[in-house]
Design a protein around this ligand. Structure first.
Ligand SMILES: Cc1cc2nc3c(=O)[nH]c(=O)nc-3n(C[C@H](O)[C@H](O)[C@H](O)COP(=O)(O)OP(=O)(O)OC[C@H]3O[C@@H](n4cnc5c(N)ncnc54)[C@H](O)[C@@H]3O)c2cc1C
Length: 144
């Protein structure tokens, strides 16, 4: 779930904060004069599927979380609370078949709130480039 609201008074300026609690992870961060927030819940939970009911369901889920989380959810906004399904996976190796190799999210997609999927994709690219530089055989370099 993802929302954008005019920044409420109790939201600290310039802060990105993530709170992990029972049943949900909640994060918020500034974007210009607004604050974006997200809340992770189980995608199949019917309470979060219908757009009009989402707000109350999220508020109930994080009712015991520290401020300013409840006021962020309650803040009036012209934007709907959107729902995106996030899937993570960690494919079994090998991630290589002949001249085809998987890198980044294709091989090991992470949930976005961990904030490291792009970093890992770049690491993959750097290591692969080094293997290709030192190994003239593409298939062997990919396997390495
Ligand atoms: C909301 C959100 C927040 C995130 N925040 C962070 C963060 O703070 N820090 C961080 O490190 N990571 C973050 N990530 C994760 C990061 O974005 C991904 O891990 C990273 O983009 C993976 O890079 P990639 O090159 O493997 O895949 P992608 O970036 O998904 O690139 C794959 C590309 O392939 C293209 N493509 C797909 N199919 C085809 C096809 N058939 N033919 C041609 N092209 C095709 C796609 O259009 C896309 O451009 C976040 C992700 C999300 C969704």
């Amino acid at each position: 779930m993802h929302g954008t609201v005019p920044t409420p008074a109790d939201v600290p300026a310039g802060v990105y904060r993530q709170t992990w609690g029972p049943g949900a992870k909640f994060g918020f961060y500034p974007v210009r004069d607004a604050t974006c927030w997200y809340c992770t819940v189980k995608a199949s939970d019917p309470r979060f599927i219908d757009e009009p009911a989402r707000k109350d369901a999220i508020r109930a889920r994080v009712a015991t979380y520290p401020p300013p989380i409840v006021s962020l959810i309650g803040a009036p906004s012209e934007h709907p609370i959107t729902r995106a399904i996030i899937a993570t996976h960690d494919l079994e190796k090998p991630w290589v078949h002949g001249r085809i190799g998987l890198l980044g999210d294709a091989a090991h997609a992470l949930a976005p709130h961990l904030g490291q999927g792009a970093g890992q994709a770049m690491e993959d690219a750097v290591v692969l480039a080094e293997c290709l530089r030192t190994n003239p055989d593409v298939i062997a370099a990919l396997r390495e």
